[in-house]
Structure formats: structure tokens, C-alpha cells
Design a binder for this molecule. Structure first.
Ligand code: ATP
Ligand code: MG
Length: 293
């Protein structure tokens, strides 16, 4: 594949469960995506960056080989593709694409833990991760690798159990399967090449990573403003979720009350507002945070 010199390359899933959220993250980091007529490559118009749009299975290899400098991929795929050679480095979890790799069994199979799988055939798209799980549990079992539709394997008598990705559990339920042990908890992660980018691009790479970190940490974060009686200040600030040290300011013309401003890193629920109010807070405002650094 020939790629343009002097440009940073970010690998993202072309289509599928991670595709939209990956593009959102890139856009929220201030990179203006231009969809050209080249399906494989989207250009960023305000920086020398290209997005390489590929199958998610190829992303860890592209990044490990330095073909791309950064990539966005599920931990499940990263773990499965990992090999003995140089690997892509995880920069940070991104908070989307959450799913769990689970053992699931059909009715009629008594399951009391991994040892119940001893001597059975298990169908999965993640043979390496499953093998490691079984080895750690000291279980010998045969693994049948399937590219998709793993959930039908028990009905076709291809396997006695499966190991598959679950998010809501609806697919398992529709196929009469019961989720059992968790093999891996996964979410999308930002990965980077083990080698530095082309000369002159390190600064740009660092800034993209820093902006993405800002986007991820501001997700769910809120700016809370309220008035608090001085007497209840400690109790009220303790109620603010993940707030660190809030700013406390005088209210003009009032000695008994102060204004409190805080960045709450965690979700602010109605229950929290009710507790704040019960503790004496008034004029409570919860505002979204657009950017954070
Ligand atoms: P590709 O064509 O790129 O190979 P794919 O079919 O392998 O796509 P998708 O189904 O689009 O993959 O899922 C991509 C990733 O989304 C998964 O590897 C996983 O990290 C994440 N994901 C989140 N929820 C689920 C789910 N319920 N089932 C499968 N994957 C999920
Ligand atoms: Mg795939």
C-alpha cells in the first residue's frame, strides 16, 4: 500500500460497531474529516493526517508494523492478534465499544465453572484468548474457530459450548444460550506504533493523543454551579461526584452563603441533585463540558 509521505496515519474500522464512534472521536479532537472518493483513505483537511479505513482485525498489525501511527480497536481484537513480535502499545481506553467475551452454554449442559468444559468442543472467533483462559483454568478442551454466527454452533452440534462477545445478551437469549464465565472485558482503546512517527510528526502525534484524552475525560463530566449556606459547605462539596477541590466564592450582599463551582468527573444524577438540595444547596445548575485539557 502506498501512503503519502509526511502525514500521520490513524487506522479506524471502516464499517461496523466501532466505525461511527471512532470518527466522532477524531472529529471531537478537532480533526476535520474529508470523505474523498478513495474509500480506504479519508483525509484530515486541517492537519497532515490520513485516516486509514480497514477491517478491525487488521488494525493491530498495521499499528504494530508502523504502517499506521495510531489506531482505534477493541481490546478483544488487540488481544487476539497479539503475537511474539513487536506489538502496538495501548495509549488509553476510550470508553465505548464495551462488550464482554463470555462462555455460553445451551440447556442440558450442567455448568459449574470452567472445569465443566473439560473434554468438550467450544466454538469461538477468539481461539487464542479462549486457549489462554482454558490453560489458566487447567482445562483441556477442543476449540473450533468460526468467523461468525458462533451462537448457532451448539444447535448444529458443532460444539457443546461457545465463547462469544456479549453486550446486551439478546443474541444469546434468542439462541437459547446462557452466559456463564467472563473470559475478557473489552472496550475500544487507542493504540500507537512501537516506533516513533516520521521525522517532524511527533509533535502532531502528541497533540492528537492529548486532545483525544481530553475528549474522553470530558465525556460524562459536568460543570456544576450552586449556592450553599456556609454552614453546610463541607457536606455539600462532599456530595459532588468526583469533583476534586471546588471553587468557593462569596455571594455579594450575603455573609451566610457562598457560590460553589465544580467540575464533576462522574455522571451527575437527579438523586445527587436531590441530596444537594436537601443539604441546603439552591440555584443548582448542571452544565455540559465541551472540551477539557
Ligand atoms: P470488521 O468488518 O471490521 O472485521 P467485525 O464484524 O469484526 O468488523 P464488529 O461486529 O463491527 O466487528 O465489532 C467491532 C468491535 O466492536 C468488536 O471487536 C468489539 O470490540 C466491539 N463490540 C461491542 N459490542 C459488541 C457486540 N455486542 N458484539 C460484537 N462486538 C462488539
Ligand atoms: Mg473483524
Amino acid at each position: 500500500m502506498s501512503t503519502v509521505q509526511g502525514r500521520l496515519r490513524i487506522a479506524v474500522q471502516k464499517s461496523g460497531r466501532l466505525a461511527e464512534r471512532s470518527l466522532d472521536l477524531v472529529r471531537d479532537a478537532g480533526l476535520r474529516v474529508v470523505k474523498g472518493n478513495n474509500d480506504l483513505l479519508y483525509r484530515i483537511e486541517n492537519y497532515p493526517i490520513d485516516l486509514l479505513r480497514v477491517r478491525d482485525d487488521d488494525i493491530p498489525t498495521f499499528v504494530a508494523d508502523g504502517v499506521c501511527d495510531l489506531g482505534i480497536v477493541g481490546e478483544n481484537v488487540l488481544e487476539e492478534v497479539r503475537n511474539g513480535g513487536p506489538n502496538a502499545e495501548v495509549v488509553m481506553p476510550l470508553g465505548f465499544g464495551r462488550c464482554t467475551l463470555k462462555i455460553a452454554t445451551p440447556p442440558g449442559l450442567d455448568y459449574a465453572g470452567p472445569s465443566s468444559l473439560q473434554g468438550l468442543r467450544i466454538a469461538t472467533s477468539y481461539p487464542k484468548i479462549l486457549r489462554r483462559f482454558l490453560n489458566e483454568a487447567g482445562v483441556q478442551a477442543e476449540i473450533v474457530t468460526m468467523r461468525g454466527a458462533v451462537e448457532v454452533a451448539p444447535r448444529l452440534k458443532l460444539a457443546a459450548a461457545i465463547c462469544d462477545l456479549v453486550s446486551t445478551g439478546a443474541t444469546l437469549e434468542a439462541n437459547g444460550l446462557t452466559a456463564r464465565d467472563t473470559v475478557l472485558d473489552s472496550q475500544a482503546v487507542l493504540i500507537k506504533a512501537p516506533t516513533p512517527p516520521e521525522a517532524g510528526l511527533q509533535h502532531l502525534l502528541d497533540s492528537v493523543v492529548e486532545r483525544m484524552a481530553g475528549v474522553v475525560s470530558s465525556q460524562g463530566a459536568k460543570y456544576v454551579m450552586l449556592n450553599a449556606p456556609r454552614a453546610a459547605l463541607d457536606r455539600i462539596t462532599a456530595l459532588l461526584p468526583g469533583a476534586g477541590s471546588p471553587t468557593v466564592m462569596p455571594l455579594s450582599g450575603r455573609d451566610d452563603a457562598v457560590a460553589v463551582h465544580a467540575v464533576c468527573q462522574e455522571a451527575v444524577f437527579w438523586e445527587t441533585l436531590e441530596k444537594l438540595k436537601a443539604a441546603g444547596a439552591s440555584a443548582i445548575l448542571v452544565l455540559p463540558i465541551e472540551k477539557m485539557m
